[in-house]
Write a new protein. Structure first.
Length: 524
């Protein structure tokens, strides 16, 4: 009985995990057990019985029969069985709360050298399947905001009107998030040999511009990305259908498209983007590998997404596109190359810091050129186009941020200024003449400093759109807390303070509860 039961449990898990990885490159998490209904509806897509699966079942059956025939259990006193059972339960509990849920233990096991450590499926494969599943149990049920009630959040949302975008006010929207793009010239006067931001600054002059206070530094791209897409300041796992601005534009009849200059398994975008309302999102595997091998840099990626967007806006529908670049991803080479172009002179910089900053700025200049080029391609178009460009986080610049220190940029969060130096990136919203005429706005000026979750609020305000219920609710939150971070900082009355020091957290808590409702209960 023990062997048969264990065999059935392990086979059931292993087969489901195998089919899920093969079909969606997404391993089986404990949270997925809450989606049994959806899994059954898609089971025909997953199930493919192979010879090895038949063999595994056969081994369990044969093993059970052999044990039943040849291995006889010895009778023992009931008390010993009770003691043994208690010990098993006790040891299981201790192991789960200790070793099995320890992130230190979990990540101490290396990913197999032939696999990519950034892919969740690679972590599962390298750590044996069942162990990662047990490890995921602790996050199966997400953190529920204190006082959350589904009906209360539903009723609060109904207090706001869902407004459509009038047909005569619809314009095409192209959103691009640029990897590690940040205007360092605001923080240091050492960029003197050439200006890598020349095109970017020119574009800013004809745009509505501001700053984002992100939650991440030198990594964690997905936090900024999904905050903008959803308008959420606190993100869920998104392993089920969630509300997003992508869905809103789709409801308006827009055609939806997007690209990432990376592999589909990075941050599980292939599956989660579908849960956010995207259709066939483009990645290296299903699109860009046909253009060139490897990861497409901006010379390839940005012209291609511009071409794809041009095709979209020439259709009968208005277009919404959301793309994510890869160029300028760290780390940057910390050694000089022959003929290396320089933006920052050697001065007192050591070789590593000097190489890191110049290599980073070389990529930034190329990206800035393509930003302006995208605007130039739509500048005289009869189709109304609005561009939204922003960076996801500050770049990695040397171990222990040594290059920042060498440039005289304080990012160590020992003051309000250094906090912003650590987390701020730029955004700009640009419109061509056709869009300006339709929307009655010149799209020029200085925008507010905000969290990424409010970027769509600023876009809708510039376009003069009323928008969905959630946007209207979050507008009210933004007026009070234009910056709210997962680092427990909020901006209120132009002062950055810890959330623990807030006298009244009611509105902030309502904001978090609404996000939980929209990400988990709204479509379920």
């Amino acid at each position: 009985i023990g062997f048969l039961f264990s065999g059935i449990v392990c086979l059931a898990y292993s087969f489901t995990n195998y089919w899920k990885i093969v079909s969606r490159d997404d391993p089986l998490f404990a949270e997925d057990l809450t989606l049994v209904k959806e899994a059954m509806q898609m089971s025909e897509e997953y199930v493919n019985i192979t010879f090895k699966i038949y063999m595994a079942v056969a081994f369990v059956i044969i093993g059970t029969i052999l044990i039943a025939l040849f291995i006889k259990g010895r009778s023992s006193k009931v008390v010993w069985r009770i003691v043994a059972s208690i010990l098993v339960v006790f040891l299981s509990g201790e192991l789960y709360s200790g070793a099995y849920t320890s992130s230190e233990v979990y990540y101490s096991f290396p990913v197999w050298e032939k696999l990519n450590p950034w892919f969740e499926s690679s972590n599962y494969i390298s750590r044996g399947g069942i162990y990662p599943f047990i490890y995921s149990i602790q996050t199966a049920m997400p953190y529920v905001p204190e006082g959350y009630d589904e009906n209360e959040s539903e009723q609060l949302l109904k207090q706001y009107k869902y407004d459509l975008i009038p047909e005569d006010k619809q314009v095409n929207v192209m959103v691009v998030m640029f990897e590690a793009y940040s205007d360092l010239s605001k923080y240091t006067d050492m960029i003197t040999l050439a200006d890598p931001y020349e095109d970017f600054h020119r574009l800013q002059e004809e745009s509505y511009t501001g700053e984002l206070v992100t939650n991440v530094f030198a990594g964690g791209t997905i936090d900024t990305e999904r905050s903008v897409i959803t308008g959420f300041s606190n993100l869920s796992s998104f392993r089920r259908d969630s509300w997003s601005y992508v869905r809103y534009f789709s409801d308006m009849g827009y055609s939806i498209d997007g690209s990432h200059a990376g592999y589909k398994s990075f941050y599980n975008r292939y599956n989660i983007n579908k849960n956010l309302g995207f259709g066939e999102y483009k990645f290296i595997e299903n699109y860009y590998s046909q253009i060139q091998p490897g990861i497409p840099m901006d010379d390839v990626f940005l012209p291609e997404i511009t071409r794809l967007f041009s095709e979209q806006i020439n259709s009968s529908k208005k277009a919404f596109s959301f793309s994510v670049t890869y160029q300028n991803h760290g780390p940057y080479e910390d050694f000089p190359r022959e003929g290396q172009f320089q933006y920052v002179p050697q001065g007192d910089l050591d070789v590593k810091d000097h190489s890191i900053i110049n290599n980073y700025l070389r990529g930034i200049e190329n990206t800035s050129y393509h930003m302006m080029n995208i605007a130039d391609q739509f500048r005289d178009s009869k189709e109304p186009v609005v561009l939204v460009f922003f960076g996801d986080h500050k770049p990695w610049l040397g171990e222990f941020s040594s290059t920042y220190t060498a440039l005289g940029i304080n990012i160590f969060e020992d003051s309000e200024e250094s906090f912003y130096n650590h987390y701020n990136t730029e955004y700009l919203i640009w419109a061509n003449d056709a869009a300006k005429e339709i929307l009655g706005n010149d799209f020029v000026g200085e925008g507010p400093t905000i969290s990424p979750c409010y970027l769509m609020n600023v876009l809708f305000e510039q376009c003069g759109w009323e928008g969905p219920e959630y946007l209207k609710f979050s507008n009210e939150v933004m007026e009070v807390f234009p910056v709210t971070t997962t680092t427990n900082k909020v901006l209120i009355n132009d002062t950055l303070i810890d959330t623990g020091a807030l006298a009244d957290k009611t509105l902030l808590n309502e904001f978090r509860k609404m996000q939980y409702y929209l990400s988990r209960d709204y479509y379920n």
